[in-house]
Design a protein around this ligand. Structure first.
Ligand SMILES: NC(=O)c1ccc[n+]([C@@H]2O[C@H](COP(=O)([O-])OP(=O)(O)OC[C@H]3O[C@@H](n4cnc5c(N)ncnc54)[C@H](OP(=O)(O)O)[C@@H]3O)[C@@H](O)[C@H]2O)c1
Length: 336
């Protein structure tokens, strides 16, 4: 009998280590998330009928979240600044789901206009009565070297990515604590955990979010049904590079470059929804080598510095050659 238990434990250990090793090399998500995607709750069953408020729903990850959630049968509040784009997203949601017009509420909102957020929350509550899930997704990135960047850009990044998110959370959370249930999911980034060149301010704003939500979670231990989750994606196909801040506040990015090599938006969003459906507190979602890079930062910082220096140098070279900074780490940048 004892012998059986010992062999079972050995088998379990070997399986566990093998699974981790395969994840290190091949996976596009961390162990917990990958495990949940194999054996956990399915988003279609867990998220059906829930009211989900998405910021940054007019493009990229937020837009895809709206489509996949609509197909799951979630009711949606779509927010961003561009109302026409939100209406387009709403029409597409209705086309590809069984939702009715009243199930999707377009609520234009500027994350920078914090004084308006209380009113926006009241409007959302008037429409649906409550919010089950807030997905803090709206934000902008950065493509510029610190030595060449105006400090105003740093202020703008913190105001938008950090304070804008804190402000909406401040409005939504009291309703969730009152009901004793709900989820606040925030899209951070791989650079919310690690560092990388060309995004000093962006990385700082995402680190701020990580610190904020990790601390907030510890204040909410009396609410076991309340999920505070952060999502740390690597490069994902979207408009993020095109919309990034540069050296000056109103200077556009010269060229967004080819985005095709990045993780498809649909895959990233599918994994996010698996994570939400399974109550995962932190999700790492990235194609290799970015996922490996996350593990290195978490478990072996000395090796991480070594890898970061190599990848970082290449990133700056790509940027200076006029390509997307992440376009190729292992081949020579093509300038024409
Ligand atoms: N794509 C990636 O590689 C990647 C990787 C890691 C993390 N992320 C994070 O994922 C999130 C979504 O980005 P994305 O990749 O989907 O980029 P995106 O396509 O540029 O979408 C950004 C969204 O944010 C909204 N937004 C920007 N400024 C806003 C403001 N002042 N008020 C309200 N909404 C605002 C935009 O809508 P309007 O312009 O209509 O306001 C848009 O819907 C961001 O938080 C980003 O940091 C992205």
């Amino acid at each position: 009998m004892d012998c059986c238990i010992v062999s079972a434990l050995w088998y379990f250990l070997v399986f566990y280590l093998l699974f981790h090793f395969l994840c290190f090399i091949f996976a596009d998500a961390d162990f917990t998330l990958l495990w949940a995607s194999l054996v956990g709750h399915r988003p279609e069953t867990k998220l059906k009928g829930l009211v989900v408020w998405i910021t940054g729903a007019s493009s990229g990850i937020g837009e895809e979240l709206a489509y996949q959630l609509a197909r799951c049968g979630s009711r949606l509040i779509l927010s961003a600044r561009r109302e026409d784009e939100l209406n387009r997203v709403k029409r597409c949601c209705l086309e590809q789901s069984n939702l009715q017009d009243e199930d999707i509420f377009v609520l234009p909102l500027d994350l920078l206009e914090r004084a308006s957020h209380e009113e926006k929350m009241k409007t959302a509550i008037q429409h649906f009565g409550h919010v089950d899930i807030l997905i803090n997704n709206g934000g902008r990135s950065q493509r510029s070297l610190f030595l060449e960047t105006n400090v105003d850009v740093y202020q703008a990044l913190m105001e938008l990515n950090f304070l804008g998110t804190v402000s909406i959370t401040k409005q939504v959370l009291p309703h969730m604590t009152k009901r004793g249930t709900g989820s606040i999911v925030t899209v951070s980034s791989v650079v919310g955990l690690a560092g990388a060149p060309l995004g000093t301010g962006y990385s700082a704003s995402k680190h701020a979010l990580q610190g904020f939500f990790n601390s907030l979670r510890t204040e909410l231990t009396d609410y076991p049904e309340l999920l505070i989750s952060t999502v740390c994606p690597g490069p994902v196909q979207s408009q993020i590079v095109h919309n990034a801040f540069t050296e000056e506040l109103n200077k556009p990015v010269a060229t967004a470059g080819n985005q095709e090599y990045k993780m498809p938006t649909s895959r990233c969003v599918h994994l996010m929804l698996v994570g939400i459906a399974n109550g995962i507190k932190e999700m790492w979602i990235a194609k290799q080598p970015f996922l490996l890079f996350n593990y290195a930062w978490q478990y072996t910082p000395t090796i991480a510095w070594f890898i970061t220096n190599i990848l970082g140098k290449k990133r700056v070279q790509n940027f200076k050659a006029g390509m997307d900074a992440d376009s190729s780490y292992f081949t020579k940048p093509k300038t024409s």
